[in-house]
Design a protein around this ligand. Sequence first.
Ligand SMILES: *Cc1c(COP(=O)(O)O)cnc(C)c1O
Length: 396
Amino acid sequence: MATEPIQWRYPLADLDLGEPEQQAVAAVLQSKWLTMGAQTQAFEAEFASAHGAKYAVAVGNCTQALHMALLALGIGPGDEVIVPSLSFVATANAVLYTGATVRFAEVIGLHTPTLDPESVLGKINKHTRAIIPMHYAGYPCQMQPLVDLAARHKLAIIEDVAHAPGASLNGRALGTYGSIGAFSFFSNKNLSTGEGGMLLTDSEALDARLRLLRSHGMTTLTWDRHKGHANTYDVVALGYNNRIDEIRSAIGRVQLAKLAANNQRRLQLTRRYWQAFAGSPIETPFSDGYSGDPTDHPMLKPAGHILPVLLPKGANRANVMAALRQAGIQTSIHYPPIHSFTAYRQRYGEQSLPITEEYAARELTLPLYPALGEDDVDIIAKAVISAIGETKEKEQ
Ligand SMILES: *Cc1c(COP(=O)(O)O)cnc(C)c1O
C-alpha cells in the first residue's frame, strides 16, 4: 500500500531544475548516444575549468569517486586513512572497500565542525597513508595546516567535496588542495544529476589511472571505437564499471552553469538564518567566521550546502523535529557519527570523540535551497525558536 508523500510547506532541499535541463535531456535522447560521449567530455572539461583543475573524470557517484581516488593512490590492506567521523558513511566505507583501516579524527569545535588538524596529527602512525578532509556543509576545512601536515608526514590528501562544488578558500577551489577531489551530484547536492560524481586532479598520471579504474582497466572506450580512433583494446588493470551516462552529464552541464549564482543565493539565505537566530538559544555553526557583509570575506567562498544549527543542551530534538513537522517544515540530522554505527562498532569497538558526539547530538538541519525566500527563512526560524519553547514547557 503506497503512502502519500508528506506535503511539506518547506522541504529540506528543492532542486533548481527547469526547461534547460529538459531540453538537454531531450537532445541526448535524440542523439541516440546514451553513455559516456561528447556530453561527458564537455561536462568534464567545463567542471575542471570552473574549479581551476587540469583534469576531471566523471563517474557514477561520489562513493565510487572516493574509492577510485584511494585505489589510484595505491592504498590498500595494511594502510590507514584518517577521516572525520562527522561525515556521511561513504567517506569511511570507501576506505574499507580497499582493505585499508579507517582512523576517525575529531572536528575542531562545535562552531567549526570540520576536521581538526591537531586531532589528525595524533592519529598518524607508520601505517598512515592518507587524510580525507570533508568540507562539511560547504565550508572549507583548514586546508593549509592539513596540507603542511600531510607534506611533513608524506601523506596524500583526498578531499571529500560532496558538499562544496564551486566553493573556494584563498582563491583556490576546494577539491584542488589535495591530490584528488571527489564530488557528488546526488539528488540533494548543490549540483544535482540524480546520481553522479566527479574526480579532479592536476596529475596526468592520476588522471590516467582514474580513467582506467572507471572502465574495467580498458585502454580504449566504446566512444573511441565509435569515433574510429581504435579497433580493439587491452585490459591493463583491475577496473570497475563506474561510468556516468550522457543524460546525467547533459543535466550536469546545465546545473554547473547555475552553480555560482545558486551558491551565492544559499549563502544569502544562510546569513538571514544567522540574523534570525541572533540572541536566541539556537547556535549557528560557522557564523562567527562570516560576520558583516559577504564582500568582507573575498578570500572565503563557501558553498552553503546545508543549514546546520545547534539546539540548546538538553533540548529534546525528536520533539522539536515533530513540532516542526506539524508546521510542514522538514528537518534532518547531519550526521549520526560514523564511529557510532553498529557496523563500525563491531569492527573497531567503542571509540570516544566527544566534540563530534556533542555536535551530532544537538545538530538540526533546516531547509535551505535557492528558491527559498527571506520571509520563509524568518518563518522557519521563528518556528524553531517557538518549538524549543513549547517542548521545554511540555518537559517541565
Ligand atoms: C553525498 C555524500 C557522499 C556520497 O555521495 P554519492 O554521490 O551519493 O555516492 C560522500 N560524502 C559526503 C560528505 C556526502 O554528503
